[in-house]
Write a protein that binds this ligand. Structure first.
Ligand SMILES: [Zn+2]
Length: 479
């Protein structure tokens, strides 16, 4: 067909502060429920309730915007522009409103943002990534019920209904009711949304089904090595470095399709790295023994964002494997704009399986921001905290390690992790970040006396007593 290129109105609705929203419920089942509702929304068939609701506002010509790529928690729509900006805007607002109402019917408390832009392609409409050209008003979450009793699960909203949870009746808010109901697991839900969560996709890639999952955080922790306590899990938060700059370079390259191609490749690298890293920490079928559950649970997989829970003693190995794989996959992308290096950074929070998941996720987000700042996003870096050992706040003097640091310090870390806990505690007592010189001298002397200079010297050289303290926090989880 010839004639002028067709123009579209692109309407994006997206869950905001999604990590914090997912972790509203303290247990894994509730997190999984929300993940399933928000997972890979752009892949769902057009009979999804939110698409139908949005379409009802016009001539039935609203559709899922397949140009938007895949990201959990993003609801991309489009419809043909009528050529009049005011009319387009009015219709975009009505479309966003109808879709939001339908999404909120499933997850009443989800924080949403919406925006719209016009163009002959999605890249033209959104040259700078997802930032909306024009934000649309978002209705606040429905809250008309008088506050009588708070939800027994999340404590964030009023309780409105009873559900059967862990074999007892509890009063929960509407959002938790949606998370805990088993409806989301049933594929018969054609008129609503089909559950295609990040976890389901990972299980399919590993060629196993839902019977190979840990059912709660305690069960995930129990997958730890037999000689450990088997009661710790790690929350791992990973995000790409400098991808904003990469997309900007692509948008100004003159190649109109480049940005769309890159965003697809970033998404593919993210998913591929998640599978590679999970394979690294899960034994092959013949060697699994009683390890039948996958030790990795993805909660959220965005474009370059990943939030997973991993059994504590394999979290470091998982994270380094992920960062290596992601960087390797991006290095194979041949049409990156010149001088672009693409990698990802990560934060790991080790905690007892009963520690509030929400707190771990918030800490991981804070640590990740620091890790990226410390290395200007130029290198893959990992920040970490062991809540049980270090406390519930970031350690001020601790710096994140790049993959290269981790490789250099590996012999020292192996030696350190092989020491008995009591010997490590003794090293710990000699670390005093407030008096670095005195502390370093004591650590050196102690190292010489035990003939373990091979352990202490590389760490002191790397970052003084603070690096020794950091290494001691990680030694238990080194692999
Ligand atoms: Zn609730």
């Amino acid at each position: 067909m010839n004639g002028p290129a067709m123009r579209w109105v692109y309407v994006n609705i997206a869950a905001t502060r999604i990590q914090s929203y997912l972790s509203r419920t303290p247990d894994l089942k509730g997190v999984r429920g929300a993940s399933a509702w928000l997972g890979d929304t752009s892949c769902r068939d057009s009979s999804a309730a939110w698409v139908a609701a949005a379409s009802g506002t016009g001539d039935g010509d609203v559709e899922i915007n397949a140009e938007a790529g895949q990201a959990d928690g993003v609801f991309p729509l489009r419809f043909p522009s009528c050529g009049d900006a005011t009319a387009d805007h009015r219709r975009a607002a009505a479309t966003a409103n109808a879709a939001q109402t339908a999404i909120r019917r499933q997850l009443p408390a989800v924080p949403l943002a919406a925006g719209w832009a016009t163009g002959s392609s999605y890249v033209e409409a959104y040259p700078d990534g997802l930032a909306a050209e024009d934000a649309l008003p978002v209705s606040p979450p429905v809250d008309e019920i008088p506050f009588l009793q708070s939800c027994a699960t999340c404590r964030a909203d009023p309780a409105v209904t009873d559900i059967d949870l862990h074999e007892r009746q509890v009063r929960v808010c509407a959002d938790c009711a949606a998370r805990y109901t088993d409806r989301y697991r049933q594929p018969g839900l054609r008129q609503a949304t089909v559950p295609v969560s990040a976890e389901t996709r990972l299980l399919h890639a590993l060629d196993v089904d839902e019977t190979h999952t840990a059912r709660h955080f305690d069960a995930l922790a129990a997958l730890g090595a037999a000689d450990g306590n088997r009661n710790h899990v790690a929350s791992v938060y990973i995000d790409g470095n400098n991808l904003g700059r990469l997309f900007e370079a692509a948008a100004t390259s003159g190649d109109t399709e480049l940005k769309a191609r890159l965003s697809e490749k970033v998404s593919a690298a993210t998913r591929g790295a998640l599978i590679d890293a999970t394979r690294t920490v899960w034994p092959r079928p013949d060697d699994r023994g009683d390890q039948t559950a996958v030790p990795v649970i993805p909660h959220l997989v965005g474009g370059d964002d990943v939030l997973v829970s991993v059994v504590a003693d394999r979290a470091w190995l998982f994270t380094t494997a992920y960062l290596h794989s992601f960087r390797g996959r991006m290095q194979k992308v041949t049409d990156l704009p010149a001088a672009a290096t693409t990698s990802a950074s990560a934060a790991i929070v080790f905690a007892h399986s009963k520690h509030p998941f929400r707190r771990s996720v918030d800490l991981a987000a804070e640590l990740l921001t620091r890790a990226k700042r410390e290395h200007c996003g130029r290198q893959p870096a990992i920040a970490w905290l062991d809540v049980t050992r270090d406390g519930d706040q970031p350690v001020p003097e601790r710096r994140s390690w790049t993959l290269e640091h981790a490789a250099t310090l590996d012999p020292a870390m192996r030696a350190l992790s092989a020491l008995p806990a009591a010997a490590r505690a003794e090293w710990g007592r000699l670390c005093d970040p407030d008096r670095p010189q005195i502390s370093a001298a004591r650590l050196r002397r102690h190292g010489r006396r035990l003939e373990r200079s091979d352990v202490v010297e590389p760490l002191l050289e790397h970052g003084g007593p603070a690096a020794v303290a950091a290494a001691l926090s990680l030694a238990r989880w080194w692999s």
